[in-house]
Design a protein around this ligand. Structure first.
Ligand SMILES: [Zn+2]
Length: 897
């Protein structure tokens, strides 16, 4: 096989033999055979082939990001009549993100013009019914195939390239049918940074031959694995949060290029076969009607194609469409038919299966190729139907906004203007029309934000702004039944994401907008600049009110400006300042302080207020000993095993990218021997286990050193499993306890009336089955990602920034911490009483009973230092903006007092 020498070149001459073995395993991928799963075609010999471009055949090697890019460029350059390459952004590590657009030689030159016409059809406010029908008769459909958002689910990417080649270089009636009736947009690698990590680790571990043993190192990735982004985020949850340049670029592209069908290509466990639409229950209740029918059309077409080859597949049992931030569900809210395709992973070039057979990478690529092409052909063959469904979804969204129970949301009517501005801007970035009120009317304040729902993306706006969506009473009841039997729940992702709650910017539904309201559109990328008021002859004050204030503080600390924090409230010049207000004195801060603050205000959106005196009307004076100087903390974030990559990534993102403050990421094993005195704050992210694994990685010596560092004044911030480690008997720096499930510590017989057995009638002595089978020492029930209310201790500096005395947090774990005794420390935040606990989402009855009044955020002194413990990740997915301020409090204020 010709690929031998090519692979030798790629891998280095010392490993020529590998190429031979690869070729033997991957023989399925011989060029003609490989495309044998698709309708027969003849190929243009002049078109660039993968062999000529990369030196191996289809599916014989897992392409790395450079190779994906190289082949994409070669194809676009080689077949310009059918292929166009569009760059839509760069990954966090700077790798280009591209789209391959395929169309007929007649349609492709008209790409821009046809997209403009699709844009017009997509706004039903601009076209009448007959114009729409005329457009639907003429316009091509757009099918979007996006690949490998999880970087270690690599086969999608190679299938995307193979599909592009087949459509670009192939000739045959089915190819003509696709290209004449549709544009096919292929995003061959949604997560190049993760792909690079995965391909690197699997190639590095390869020996003389690809090892099919699933436990061999080429199948088992080192922490954090290739699934996640550079920042350790799951990009398949980021579509409305837009924390990453990858997602931002994709959402922009999708808003410009109007897909009617979107297939997102993934991988799952090696034994699992193939999954395609229809999806599992529950679907988001706003995704209904014609979409369901078309999912069935596509599902049946894929089933027929797989049946024809005898390929195994299944549908509906897993992978739901409830959370709007997936790569399949976000597009669905724009009117596209969104689908997840999942291929069993070989996680390497070949893997042995339990039945004795082997699954090659080439086969996994072929299956994805078949499903992707079948999706293109089905859409093209039903072009008008798919266009009509897309148009009517957007039209009915407008109509629902006009006539439905909610016409608009108003956000930011109280003090939360900056948080509301961030929320409105986030909506604008994903194509939702949002407005700032320039002149208020009838109770709608000037400066508030309004989001009308009578717009093409009105349903998306509603899904993000409403308090919550129901998974349906039958589904919820089933989860209770399963919990009673201790079966795992069927909830695939989180059950709540209401952005007004998570941003701390309450939204109010309106039935109508008052006449005469003057509004200006919110532009993506533009947040209101802050301000500096007054001369500040003595000092400037920065009220502690949200992300903008924390970004400003981070900036000032970075620049070496001397700042303090008021640990008690005061009133000055008639204005009330809450605890947490930052005080920046003129004295000691140089001549250009005002200019620096103006710059910080412009950059961060924070507002400073100057004062000409330190003498207040009420409360503490600015020179009080209750105003503590802040130092720029040197922060270490524990990294690598045993931290949960997502949690490490969330905290990293929050501190560096959201607040703009640098941290040192230090491997946990290194923490055990590093010079800790260089750090003021050490953060232990969540871990998968209760926390025992932290103690194991740190070792006895490491734990001891960490203890002495805290004792000498360090601030240890621990999250979830990190906090769990501190409660253990071995460590014991946190006088809290990880609870077992309610009732599981009570022996089944306890509490029953004792007495001589013969005194009871036989029926009462009957065996109590329910008690007998109830597990003992059991973890609490799982909280499946719900938004819960936490009541804060207003006297604690760690609760600064929440004058209302509470915060809504996203919780998703089985951990419940008992509150600290009064002599041990402070319970800065505890879960609210049961009537206020659940703000959004689903919570099992068992959790509703056990969670109230349990600790969410604890502060415990340890000699001269302190431990700050979060029961759950305060920075989940980078969108829990309100609770992220608690993290800022911990790292900036924690060391100060
Ligand atoms: Zn995936």
């Amino acid at each position: 096989m010709a690929c031998m020498s090519h692979r030798g070149c790629m891998m280095g001459h010392g490993k020529l033999a590998i190429g031979l073995a690869v070729a033997l395993v991957a023989s399925v991928a011989a060029a003609g055979e490989f495309f044998g799963v698709l309708p027969a075609a003849t190929f243009d010999a002049a078109a660039p082939t993968i062999d000529k471009t990369l030196g191996f055949g289809w599916g014989e090697e897992i392409t790395d990001p450079d190779q994906v890019l190289k082949f994409s460029q070669a194809l676009a350059a080689g077949v310009p009549a059918r292929v166009r390459l569009l760059e839509y952004g760069h990954s966090m590590e700077g790798r280009p993100l591209v789209l391959l657009v395929l169309g007929s030689p007649a349609n492709l030159p008209r790409w821009d013009d046809l997209q403009n016409r699709l844009a017009r059809l997509g706004d039903p406010r601009l076209v009448n019914a007959s114009q729409a029908e005329a457009a639907i008769r003429e316009l091509p459909a757009v099918v979007w195939i996006q690949c490998s958002v999880h970087g270690d689910e690599a086969s999608g990417g190679d299938a995307g390239l193979a599909l592009a080649y087949y459509l670009a270089a192939g000739s045959g009636p089915e190819i003509a049918q696709v290209l004449d009736n549709a544009f096919v947009v292929i995003d061959p690698m949604e997560n190049p940074d993760g792909r690079a990590r995965f391909v690197g680790s699997t190639r590095r571990a390869r020996g003389l031959r690809p090892d099919p043993d699933p436990s061999s190192a080429e199948h088992v990735q080192p922490w954090p694995g290739g699934r996640v982004s550079h920042e350790l985020f799951d990009l398949n949850r980021d579509w409305f949060a837009l924390t990453h340049p990858e997602t931002v670029g994709r959402v922009n592209a999708m808003l410009r290029y109007h897909p009617m069908v979107v297939a997102d290509l993934h991988e799952m466990g090696a034994e699992m076969g193939y999954f395609f639409a229809p999806p599992a229950e529950p679907r988001h209740p706003l995704l209904t009607g014609e979409e369901t029918t078309l999912l069935d059309v596509l599902g049946r077409a894929n089933a027929a194609a797989f049946d024809a080859h005898g390929f195994r597949y299944w549908t509906r049992e897993l992978f739901d469409e409830f959370y709007p931030g997936y790569g399949e569900s976000w597009p669905a809210f724009t009117g596209a038919i969104g689908m997840t395709f999942e291929q069993a992973s070989s996680r390497g070039l070949v893997v042995a299966l339990r039945d004795g057979s082997q699954l090659t990478y080439g086969e996994t690529v072929q299956h994805h190729l078949l499903a992707a092409f079948t999706t293109c052909l089905t859409t093209a063959s039903n072009r008008a139907r798919f266009l009509h469904a897309w148009y009517s979804f957007r039209q009915s969204a407008v109509a629902e906004g006009q006539k439905g129970p909610v016409h608009a949301y108003v956000i930011g009517e109280g003090k939360e203007t900056m948080q509301a501005a961030e929320l409105a801007e986030l909506l604008a970035r994903q194509g939702i029309e949002a407005f700032r009120v320039a002149e208020g009317r009838e109770g709608i304040a000037t400066g508030a934000f309004v989001v009308p729902l009578d717009q093409p993306l009105g349903r998306l706006a509603r899904a993000l702004l409403e308090r919550g969506a129901s998974m349906g009473p039958a589904f919820e009841k089933e989860q209770e039944r399963r919990d009673a039997k201790r079966l795992p729940d069927e909830i695939y992702d989180i059950t709540a994401w209401s952005l007004p709650l998570l941003f701390g910017a309450p939204a109010r539904p309106l039935q109508a907008l008052p006449r005469g309201l003057v509004m200006e559109p919110v532009k993506p990328g533009s947040l209101p600049a802050g301000s500096v008021a007054g001369d500040g002859k003595v000092a400037f004050l920065l009220p502690w009110e949200g992300g903008a204030s924390a970004r400003a503080l981070a900036r000032l600390l970075r620049e070496g400006v001397k700042v303090s924090v008021a640990s008690k409230p005061f009133t000055l010049a008639g204005r009330q300042y809450e605890r947490g207000t930052i005080v920046i004195r003129r004295a000691g801060n140089g001549d250009n302080l005002q200019e620096r603050l103006a710059e910080a205000a412009r950059e961060t959106g924070a507002s400073f207020v100057g004062t000409d005196t330190g003498y207040v009307d009420r409360g503490i004076d600015l020179g009080s000993t209750n105003v503590f100087p802040l130092k720029a903390p040197r922060i270490a974030l524990a990294w690598d095993t045993p931290t949960a990559a997502f949690s490490a990534g969330d905290l990293w993102y929050a501190l560096e990218l959201y607040f703009g403050y640098p941290v040192s990421v230090v491997r946990t094993s290194t923490l055990a021997r590093a010079e800790l005195s260089r750090f003021d704050v050490i953060i232990l992210p969540d871990s998968w286990e209760r926390g025992g694994s932290y103690a194991a990685v740190l070792g006895e010596e490491g734990v001891k050193r960490l203890a002495s560092w805290v004792g000498e004044g360090g601030v240890l911030v621990a999250v979830g499993g990190g906090a769990g480690m501190l409660t253990g008997e071995k460590v014991g720096w946190l006088a809290s306890k990880l609870e077992n499930r309610l009732g599981s510590e009570v022996p089944p017989e306890k509490g029953k009336p004792a007495g001589p057995a013969e005194a009871k009638p036989p029926a009462e002595r009957a065996f109590d089955y329910d008690s007998a089978v109830r597990p003992s020492e059991e973890d609490p029930a799982a909280v499946p990602g719900a938004i819960l209310r936490v009541e804060l201790d207003a006297e604690s500096c760690l609760a600064a920034g929440f004058p209302g005395g509470s915060v809504d947090v996203l919780v998703g774990s089985r951990r419940i911490f008992t509150p600290l005794k009064l002599d041990k420390g402070t319970n800065v935040g505890i879960y609210a009483a049961s009537d206020k606990l659940v703000q959004s989402g689903f919570l099992l009855k068992a959790s509703r009973e056990q969670l109230p009044n349990k600790a969410y955020l604890m502060l415990q002194p340890l000699r001269r230092g302190k431990v700050v413990a979060f029961a759950d990740d305060p920075a989940t997915r980078g969108f829990t903006r309100a609770s992220m301020l608690l993290l800022a409090n911990a790292v900036f204020f924690g060391p100060a007092y």
